[in-house]
Write a protein that binds this ligand. Structure first.
Ligand SMILES: Cc1ncc(COP(=O)(O)OP(=O)(O)O)c(N)n1
Ligand SMILES: Cc1ncsc1CCOP(=O)(O)O
Ligand SMILES: [Mg+2]
Length: 576
């Protein structure tokens, strides 16, 4: 069983004209930067729920007219500011859930985490042996201490063991407003022990949920919030999400991990307008204790960094899946349900690789794949070729350097990465996971006989982009199971660029696209003369064309890329 995850985004609409405008200029001036580049520039997501105003220098209060103000703490740049989540939750002595899970999750997501402890539980992998509730006035004391001093971006709540604790929390949130509130309505532990009584349920419904930006119940909690409404199917989950939304939170995530008889873990996200079905293959492991706390605190961490809500939820789901997969054979404790290792998932992830936005399927629109032989033939470096392609409007680049020495490949990839980053264009590496890691590329593309995608995902972690070559619906399904982000399908037309490569034609491409749960880019013999026919297939999963010789085996890469960009943009507009 794999750790992977896939998102069926019912509302994402293809917008080719956006790319046309964003890339049709060779100068990078601020108004022309892509959203991804803007996000990187500001280190925040431009469609985030909370457009952050930078916090400026906090001044000493005793400034005299002739004294030069001296900053006490400088928050004069977003770069100096570490995103901060405050978790208000119970302590789990076994450290799988609660405050301990929240601290580990925020650390793994590189976010500062402060803690207000509402209860101290004695628990292990066998269950909860005891609960000691912290008096509400001391909870208030902790809240005051943190909120009055440290700039909290997002508050995440977990176990709220009494109505009085819930009420002091609401009071504090009114007194010290934060950018977002994530409510995990903890009621019953995974071992079946009650962690919050019926009066707290009323408090959730009447006071806390109306203040929440997101509430993240599992099926049992959703049912309890709705007066024991039966929730047995995905359709029931949608109904529940809508009804919970009516209680006042801005968005709802109903987690379907507990639904019986399903090979997939399906969650329903509802933002008051659209439903999103987020699905991933179920990870077969006993080590699931703390997944709810982890999910909610990861959402909080991503929001604190500036993500939009949907993007935070997607990242959190993938983070949980990856951590479960990493830890599926971990043996901690003797009980039926063990904890997992949040930090293990970090061990292979290069710290500097953090990207606000994960993969955007529309980036597949004009996919430029380099070829060292062609560059040699035309006497140009890889970097020159890549620069011309992104200036011409390529929306993603893959370095396919089959005969390069490893050292040269890494050096060139680093230079190309800088170029691509400055244009907000993702850079992937063909075949070589090691090179991708060494240069901190945005991801890799692997074929059927390369490193298996599932292994690549394990090595690269949840955030890197992984593409897989697929000729059949079965390949496409496996790529999805393995945690890929997109598939490349072809060769659509005959090509001299790749030897012994079976051509699947437009019909084969259509068949793969129809079966694929992942976005598809078509490849093989595609150029000015036939790109329109490919785009006109009009299958929603087909997001663009990948080209080698039509760009790189030409005298002027920039012109060829611009021309191809214009052709496919027009075709895409006509087929919308
Ligand atoms: C976008 C895209 N799709 C397919 C391929 C082919 O990959 P693979 O099958 O591994 O063949 P090689 O490129 O390694 O020869 C690709 N590179 N890019
Ligand atoms: C790498 C690859 N995979 C399938 S076809 C192909 C080659 C595409 O090259 P071109 O765009 O020059 O036909
Ligand atoms: Mg390959």
């Amino acid at each position: 069983m794999s750790c992977v995850f896939n998102v069926v985004d019912f509302s994402s609409h293809y917008s080719p004209h956006l790319h046309l405008h964003l890339h049709a200029h060779s100068q990078i001036t601020p108004p022309l930067l892509s959203k991804r580049a803007i996000n990187r520039f500001w280190n925040c997501n431009s469609d985030s729920i909370n457009h952050q105003t930078p916090r400026f220098v906090k001044m000493q209060s005793n400034i005299t007219s002739n004294s030069i103000p001296t900053p006490i703490h400088t928050f004069d740049s977003e770069l100096n500011k570490i995103p901060h989540v405050l978790t208000v939750a119970g302590s789990d002595s076994g450290a799988g859930a609660g405050i301990q899970a929240d601290l580990k999750t925020c650390s793994a997501r590189r976010v500062y985490c402060s803690t207000v402890i509402t209860a101290v539980t004695a628990q292990n992998t066998l269950g909860v042996q005891g609960v000691n509730i912290v008096p509400h006035d001391f909870v208030q004391h902790q809240l005051n201490s943190v909120l009055s001093d440290i700039n909290v971006d997002v508050v995440k709540t977990g176990m709220l063991p009494s109505l009085s604790v819930l009420k002091v929390l609401c009071q504090s949130l009114r007194k010290f407003p934060v950018k977002a509130l994530v409510v995990d309505p903890v009621m019953i532990s995974t071992s079946g022990d009650i962690l919050a009584g019926p009066s707290v349920l009323d408090g959730f419904r009447e006071e806390l949920l109306p203040m929440a930006d997101i509430v993240t119940p599992n099926v049992k909690e959703a049912s309890a919030l709705l007066g024991d409404l039966p929730i047995k199917t995905v359709s029931d989950m949608r109904t529940a999400a809508k009804l919970i939304h009516d209680l006042g939170p801005r968005s709802v995530l109903v987690k379907g991990g507990d639904l019986p008889n399903s090979s997939e873990a399906i969650d329903i996200f509802y933002d008051g307008q659209e439903f999103y079905e987020l699905s991933s293959p179920r990870v077969n492991t006993r080590n699931t204790h703390g997944t709810g706390c982890t999910m909610a605190s990861c959402i909080a961490a991503e929001l604190a960094k500036g993500s939009s809500m949907l993007s935070a939820v997607k990242i959190a789901k993938r983070f949980v899946e990856a951590a479960l997969e990493y830890s599926r054979d971990l043996l901690i404790g003797n009980g039926v349900q063990g904890p997992f290792d949040h930090l293990l998932a970090l061990k292979n992830i290069n710290q500097s690789s953090y990207r606000q936005d994960r993969f955007n399927p529309n980036d597949l629109f004009l996919y430029a794949v380099t070829d060292s032989g062609m560059n040699r033939k035309w006497g140009r470096s890889i970097a020159e070729a890549v620069k011309a392609a992104v200036e011409g409007g390529a929306t993603i680049v893959q370095l396919r350097e089959k005969d390069a020495e490893t050292k040269d490949f890494v050096d060139a990839a680093k230079v190309c990465l800088k170029i691509c980053r400055s244009y907000g264009v993702p850079l992937l590496i063909n075949d070589r996971i090691d090179v991708a890691l060494a240069c901190d590329a945005d991801g890799v593309h692997v074929g059927q006989s390369d490193m298996p995608a599932r292994l690549a995902r394990t090595i690269l972690g949840p955030e890197k982009i992984i593409g897989v070559s697929c000729k059949t619906p079965e390949h496409a399904h496996q790529a999805w199971l393995d945690g890929a982000d997109y598939i490349g399908s072809g060769g659509v037309y005959p090509t001299n660029t790749k030897e012994n490569n079976r051509t699947i034609g437009l019909d084969g491409l259509k068949e793969v696209c129809k079966a694929s749960k992942l976005p598809v880019v078509a490849i093989g013999g595609i150029g000015m003369s036939n790109a329109r026919a490919v785009m006109e297939l009009g299958v929603p999963s087909l997001k663009g064309v990948a080209v080698v010789s039509a760009l790189f085996d030409r005298e002027c890469i920039l012109t060829e890329t611009r021309n191809l960009q214009a052709v496919i943009s027009e075709a895409a507009l006509l087929t919308q």
